[in-house]
Design a protein around this ligand. Structure first.
Ligand code: CO
Length: 288
């Protein structure tokens, strides 16, 4: 638990830092690299590539090396980050931008839902609370995105924490670590599959003949284990990695995630904390 608490504190600190840096005019790539650097400086590792999803993009947007996107003052930006220490992961997110009510809807939903992160509470209840709060703001929760249980080196482990009443009567248990992450939108409340995200995960190691591919795969296994990684990180280390990633993907060794845009092009906000389930729930990623 000690490591988990520490990873949570670092997550909170990074998110505060990221918010202070995310000013209109910044290149999204620069923001991502500043956050990458800060995580290492604080003694943790990224648990997944920082998600910097803008406007109707709900999740899974991370800049590539060639990214030219500059943050505009009219943009609504979700910053979703993960840090881990020895596999103990914290996962936390916030939203900035001019759409104050939309941002408040996901924040309030999170705040209310956390109160129910107690042993014996049915999982559907968390979703129902999220849905009630978001709809009270006249927005919709995104139903096909959800929070999740977290285990060591396993970001999406065990139970799913829904953003609506999904009917799951299973109960939360003392000591579980869960990420609750409400998404609110002025659209229909559903994400579709977008373009390839440049975020990957190792699926199954296979023998390779090409020495460069072999070297890069070994690096992936050693550095990221089963956790997601991105093209940007590898490009910093191996200039030829874009080509290798294609090979590894074609062979089913790694899997690439899709970007997740809101299907009706609605604007999206997100809030997220990693929470320890207890009679008095503990927010591991609480910001000061
Ligand atoms: Co999460």
């Amino acid at each position: 638990m000690e490591e988990w608490i520490k990873a949570g504190k670092i997550g909170a600190e990074i998110l505060t830092f990221a918010k202070s840096q995310a000013k209109p005019g910044i290149l999204l790539l620069d923001l991502a690299e500043k956050i990458d650097k800060k995580i290492l400086e604080l003694g943790a590792k990224p648990a997944f590539p920082i998600n910097l999803s803008i406007n109707h993009m709900a999740a899974h947007y991370t800049p590539v090396k060639e990214d030219k996107f500059i943050l505009n003052e009219t943009d609504i930006l979700k910053i979703d980050m993960g840090a881990h220490i020895d596999g103990y992961i914290s996962d936390t997110a916030l939203t900035i931008g001019p759409n104050k009510e939309l941002i408040k809807a996901s924040e309030e939903a999170l705040k209310e839902a956390i109160k129910f992160a107690r042993p014996g509470v049915q999982i559907r209840k968390i979703g129902a609370v999220v849905q009630d709060v978001i709809t009270s703001y006249n927005f919709s929760p995104i139903k096909n995105l959800s929070g999740h249980q977290i285990k060591r080196y396993d970001l999406h482990a065990g139970v799913t924490i829904p953003n609506y009443d999904n009917g799951n009567t299973a109960e939360l248990e003392e000591g579980m670590v869960i990420a609750i992450e409400p998404f609110a939108t002025d659209g229909k409340g559903k994400v579709g599959e977008g373009k390839p995200s440049s975020i990957y995960r190792l699926i199954k190691k296979k023998p390779l003949r090409d020495p460069t591919s072999k070297k890069i795969l070994n690096y992936i296994e050693k550095e990221y284990s089963t956790l997601p990684f991105c093209k940007r990180w590898l490009q910093n280390k191996f200039p030829q990695s874009a080509f290798t990633l294609k090979i590894l993907e074609n062979q089913g060794i790694i899997k690439q995630y899709c970007q997740l845009p809101e299907a009706s092009k609605g604007l999206v906000s997100q809030a997220e904390h990693t929470v320890l389930v207890k009679d008095k729930p503990v927010i591991l990623t609480k910001r000061k």
